[in-house]
Structure formats: structure tokens, C-alpha cells
Design a protein around this ligand. Sequence first.
Ligand SMILES: [Zn+2]
Length: 289
Amino acid sequence: MHTLKAVTIDFEDWYQGIEQPFDTWDRFEERIQASSDKVLSILDETDTRATFFVLGWIAEKYPTLVRGIAAAGHEIASHGYDHEKLYETKPDTFRKQLDRARKATEDAIGRPVTGHRAPYFSITRKSLWAIDILEELGFLFDASIYPGTNWRYGIPDTPGTLYMLNDTSVVEFPVSTFDIPGGRRVGIGGAYFRILPLFMTRRALQQRDALGLVSNLYLHPWEFDPGHPLVRFPWKAMATHYFNLWGTAGRFRRLLHKERFTTMGAVIDTARDMGEIPRIDVRPSTDHE
Ligand SMILES: [Zn+2]
């Protein structure tokens, strides 16, 4: 059955999404194997295929784990190598690190990797060069743009559905938007999924379905792991990081029993069959977004 809804997992361990320095990662307790088992069992139980954006460092360290996810029928894409924000990275460094990440991931699964999501949705007007590098390296789709304004990221006034940026051939699958009384909200997944009641997530997805718009729900393995350690990091991120982690697995299971999801690659193919993907122009900026 065709669906326009993709489910995606940013495949990183709990300490990688909370801005702990790269050179300290080896000191933290490994929890990704157990938390990914929880995610995979719910996907299996509901016969759902998902897209996993795998961090290159994880692919190097746990190739068997990543191979197992691919063998279960999920789509494997890249989340870069070291979880740096792209707008704080130089283009050459990004090219080198992404190439390393992709090679490690392809070595693990024995298949090409053609999708990408930047850490912290960090393709902004300041790092639009990243799309050109993705094209140069042969990537076919990207899922890194937040069509709004957030304290860390976002390109306001860009569409909440598929498009190609400027003159590149990379299909952008941005963070999904939905309308509520009072305005447009950006984000189906992550903290929004844990904070808002489940019926609001469903309503957002149904609203998009009714309009024929693609959607994507994003989560992380650590969101299924309420027992992961509490450490200090910027308070604005802490405020949402630990919220309702106990509820994630049950909510995710209920949602997947009710709504049909698939991989980003499959959704993009379905959308292409329905019509041409539009091209939009976005001006780069040298200022911090
Ligand atoms: Zn991440």
C-alpha cells in the first residue's frame, strides 16, 4: 500500500544528540544496542519499514548492528560522521567527514547510501553549500531543513513538502508542518511527539494526508530509553530532552498500528509518480541563521 508518510530514526546514541564533545564519546555508557532493539521490535510488530539516518561513527563502531537493521528491510541513510552542526563546519571538512561516514555505512550494509540528514537540522542559509556537496557525492535526497525559525536552526518561508533547491538535483524532504488554531507548527516527531498528546500528532498527519502532502515523523533510539543517564548540557535543549521518555514506545506502537508509514525513499518515489517535484530558489547567507 502506498503512503505519503515516512518514519525516520536518527541513529545515534544518547550522548551524541546532547552536544557532548566528540573526543569524550568513548567515555559514555553504550545504550544504543538495547534502545534500537525496542525500536526495531515495534517496527517489526507493525510491519513497518523505516529510514535510519546512521551516524558514521556508529557505523564504524557497531557495523553488525547497522547490518542487522538493513537486513530487516529498513532504508539506511547517513547522519554525517561526528554530529557537528553544518553551519559551524567548513565545506571541505563536511565533504571529508560525510565521505568517511558513507563509506563506513556502506561497508557495514554492502549497499549504496543515498540519503542524508544533517545533525540538528543544520542546513540553514549559512550552510546551503552542503546541498551542492551532497549532489557532488551522489546523494539523492536530504532531510535537513526546518521550514521555520528555531533557536538553533531553520529556513523560514520554505515549503513543508518535497522540493529541489536552486539548481541541484537533490530532493529535499523537510521537517513536516501542520496548522493549528493560531498558526503553523513545524515538527512531527522528537520532543513534539512526546510533549503533544498523540491525537495531535495523528491529526497533523491526517491533515497533511488530506492535502496530498508528504510527512515525516522523526525519533531517536534514546527517546525509547527512559533510563539513560542525566547529564548537564545547554538548558534550552535539556528542557525537552528528558520529557516523557517513558511514553515514547507505547505511543509509537499505537500510532504505527493506526497509521501506515514507510521509508523516505519509498515516499519520494510515490510522490514522483503523482507529479513533478517543484524547484525553489533559496538565497544563501553568510550570517548566522
Ligand atoms: Zn542527531
